[in-house]
Design a protein around this ligand. Structure first.
Ligand code: FNR
Length: 187
C-alpha cells in the first residue's frame, strides 16, 4: 500500500502560493505515496497551562495529534515571514511535539519546500524549519533542497505551474522523497 504523507502548508491565506505548489507537487508524485493536507489554522496557540494532569487539552490540539498518528511521513510547504517560519506553522509544530515524550513528529521522514515570490526562495524559513526537525528527530531529506523563488511568475493565470524546468525539478524532488520515505518510514 501507498505510504501516507501529511502535507502541512504554513500559509493560512486562500490564494497561498505555497498551497498551489503543494497541489502541483502532489500531482507529480509517484503512486507509492498518498497525500492529505492537514490544516493548522484552527489550532489555539500553544500554552503549557492548557494541558497536564486533570486538565483537558483543547480539542483542536488532540484532534491534530490523533490525525498525525495515521501518517508515515510529513511534507512541509513554508512561506518565509521575516526570514523565518510563519507563527502558524511553528505553532503546529509545537502543538504536535507535546505532551513531552509523545511527539507526533518523531521518526517520520520529512521534506521541506519553501515558496516565495522573492528571489531568495524562502531560504531563511526553510533552514529555521530544519533546525526544529533536528530536535524533533525527523529523518529529513537533505537533497535536493527546494527553494522556490519568484514563485508568482511560475504560475499561469489558472494558478497552475507553467514552467517546465521547475516542474522537472519538483518531479525529481518528490521522487527522491518517495525513496526517502521507503528507506526511513517506521513501518
Ligand atoms: C512576508 N513575505 C516575505 N517574503 C520573503 O521572501 N521573505 C520574508 O522574510 C518575508 N517576510 C514576510 C513577512 C510577513 C509578515 C508577510 C505577511 C509576508 C512575503 C511572502 O513571501 C508572501 O506574502 C508570500 O506570498 C507568502 O506565502 P503564501 O501565502 O503565498 O503561501
Amino acid at each position: 500500500p501507498a505510504k501516507k504523507i501529511a502535507v502541512i502548508v504554513g500559509s493560512l491565506r486562500k490564494d497561498s502560493l505555497n498551497r498551489k505548489f503543494a497541489h502541483e507537487v502532489i500531482a507529480l508524485a509517484p503512486p507509492s505515496l498518498s497525500f492529505e493536507i492537514v490544516e493548522i489554522g484552527e489550532l489555539p496557540l500553544y500554552n503549557e497551562d492548557l494541558e497536564g494532569k486533570d486538565i483537558v487539552a483543547p480539542q483542536a490540539w488532540t484532534h491534530f495529534r490523533q490525525r498525525l498518528q495515521e501518517f508515515d511521513g510529513v511534507l512541509f510547504f513554508t512561506p518565509e515571514y521575516n526570514r523565518s517560519v510563519p507563527a502558524a506553522l511553528k505553532n503546529a509544530i509545537d502543538v504536535g511535539s507535546r505532551p513531552y515524550g509523545a511527539s507526533v513528529w518523531s521518526g517520520k521522514p520529512a521534506a521541506i519546500v519553501s515558496v516565495s515570490p522573492s528571489a531568495v526562495g524562502g531560504f531563511g524559513a526553510n533552514h529555521h524549519l530544519r533546525q526544529s526537525m533536528v530536535f524533533l528527530d525527523m529523518p529529513l531529506l537533505q537533497q535536493p533542497e527546494a527553494y522556490i523563488g519568484g514563485a508568482a511568475n511560475l504560475l499561469g493565470p489558472d494558478g497552475k505551474l507553467n514552467n517546465d524546468s521547475t516542474k522537472q525539478f519538483l518531479k525529481k524532488f518528490i521522487d527522491t522523497y518517495a525513496t526517502w520515505v521507503e528507506t526511513n518510514a517506521k513501518k
